[in-house]
Design a protein around this ligand. Structure first.
Ligand code: ZN
Length: 499
């Protein structure tokens, strides 16, 4: 035992002794020194669970992570000076870095109907999300929410703003747009459906100004080879990767195919991975690794395509689906992603195969050393904010990743995609105090992260458990069940208002 650990041990004893006298924090109110006591910790760097540990938060930073000798903890009761202003007892609970949602959209309306921003922000926090990367919304509003969140004025995750580049016609226009986004204070830029010369100019200008680039590759002139060449930070979703591996260079679309018909688009997207040549695909994935192009696959957002009924009947819709969003999800050719009129079992079968090949490609990318992040793109296609990210984690498990790695993808890896790996995504002294306290072991069951919890059999009895208990963002503790009660009331009110 080193001198340092002896000191830590003494400190831990003092803290353990002080526990009984300390109050719980109040939801949404920062305390100067907050202690999370006796936690099992899963860090965001791919290392296994370890504990018990005490985590001391001072203001908005993790001041210390103190390993506790289990014998000393069992002794308890030893007198010590009060070291914290409030204590969260994490006995039997797991503490993780706050989850990062790398593909989110701030939404205050759907299909032209209003939806309160607090609805989305509260669910995000209740799902353990302490950071979101907004990849396209009302930019000025997003920047204002980013500021309010940073200053602790609103209950919200940290926000990184990557505005959509929007329609540009010339390389000069593209460069000017990037400069104006930089002037507005954007953290990055989001590309969608862009020609090669415009993409090259945009990325060149973005790199000069230190802006990161997220690319939702459409079925378009560019594909993953362009992301590799121009230095895209992250490919969003998956299009562009199999496209770059098709031998003939073009997918075998039927003659009636129209890209602007969303049913066509999503139907034949389900035939895309099967057309990728495996050897070519390996070359694409290797080149992405070599050129530091990360992959944020958003596995959850296409799930309705492979199982429509599952998507339409998710249990949390009963109490937590805002009527505005419910209306938007209904099949309607006027709304993006609401393409399900005439969706068939044959479509689902193609999509199930599509997922299998996609998941294999993700595992291969990981084996080659690629950086995989995670985002949910919720607010479209039956995915509810936050719940979609947790569903995404389940789908990463289906893809074959170990839960330790999945937590890393949703925390430390996403922090790297944001360029924030020195500050976010870890349970480590000096890092931002963005942490979640979970009722249950997410390494055993990722479903414990859903704020609606899970039922377990204990001693022959059904016990309702799970859910994130506390989400601590920038040192401010939020009690997740309290947030969800607020969301439930918001939804109930909106439903009555509709009648
Ligand atoms: Zn999106």
């Amino acid at each position: 035992m080193t001198f340092r650990t002896i000191l830590d041990f003494g400190g831990a004893l003092a803290l353990a002794g002080a526990l009984g006298a300390q109050p719980l924090p109040a939801s949404g109110q920062r305390v100067h020194r907050l202690l999370i006591h006796n936690a099992t910790v899963v860090d965001g760097n791919g290392t296994p669970a370890a504990g018990p540990k005490d985590i001391l938060i001072e203001n908005n930073l993790i001041a210390d992570v103190i390993p506790l000798d289990p014998v000393a903890v069992a002794r308890g009761g030893n007198a010590g000076t009060a070291q914290a202003d409030a204590v969260i007892d994490a006995t039997g609970k797991y503490v993780l870095p706050g989850l990062i949602n790398a593909h989110a959209h701030l939404q205050e309306e759907r299909g032209g109907r209003p939806q309160p921003i607090e609805y989305e922000l509260d669910i995000w926090l209740a799902c353990g999300i302490t950071t979101v990367r907004d990849v396209g919304s009302d930019t000025r509003r997003a920047l204002e929410l980013r500021r309010q969140s940073a200053e602790g004025e609103i209950a919200a995750p940290r926000i990184f703003v990557y505005p959509m580049l929007g329609r540009v016609r010339t390389t000069e226009e593209a460069r000017a747009r990037v400069r104006s986004l930089k002037e507005m204070g954007a953290d990055g830029v989001k590309l969608l459906g862009i020609d090669r010369d415009l993409m090259g100019a945009t990325e060149d200008e973005a790199h000069k100004l230190g802006l990161r680039v997220a690319h939702h590759v459409g079925v378009e002139e560019t594909n993953a080879w362009d992301d590799i060449r121009f230095g895209t930070t992250s490919i969003e979703h998956w299009y562009g990767i199999p496209d770059a591996a098709i031998e003939s260079g073009v997918q075998n679309f039927p003659s009636s195919y129209n890209y602007n018909n969303e049913t066509d688009r999503f139907r034949y997207a389900g035939h895309l991975w099967r057309e990728a040549n495996p050897e070519r695909l390996t070359k694409v994935l290797q080149a992405m690794v070599d050129h530091n192009v990360a992959w944020d696959p958003t596995l959850d957002i296409y799930e309705a395509s492979r199982d429509l009924q599952r998507a339409q009947t998710q249990p949390w819709f009963a109490e937590y689906l805002h009527p505005t969003l419910a209306e938007y999800f209904k099949p309607n050719p006027a709304n993006h992603g609401s393409y399900f009129i005439g969706w068939t079992s044959t479509d689902e079968q193609f999509w199930k195969e599509n997922y299998r090949i996609w998941m294999d490609a993700l595992r291969q990318f990981d084996r080659l050393g690629g950086l995989i992040g995670m985002g949910d793109d919720a607010g479209f296609i039956y995915q509810l904010y936050g719940f979609g990210l947790i569903r995404g984690m389940e789908l990463h498990q289906e893809a074959g990743f170990h839960p330790i790695k999945i937590i890393q993808q949703a925390t430390g890896n996403n922090a790297r995609i944001l360029g924030q790996e020195q500050h976010l995504g870890r349970v480590r002294a000096g890092f931002a105090a963005d942490l979640i306290v979970v009722n249950g072991n997410p390494l055993e069951n990722l479903k414990v992260l859903y704020p609606t919890g899970v039922d377990e059999i204990r001693g022959g009895k059904v016990v309702h458990t799970g859910g994130v208990e506390w989400t601590i963002k920038d040192g401010i503790p939020y009690h997740a069940p309290t947030l969800m009660a607020r969301v439930k009331a918001m939804v109930a009110e909106a439903r009555v208002g509709k009648r």
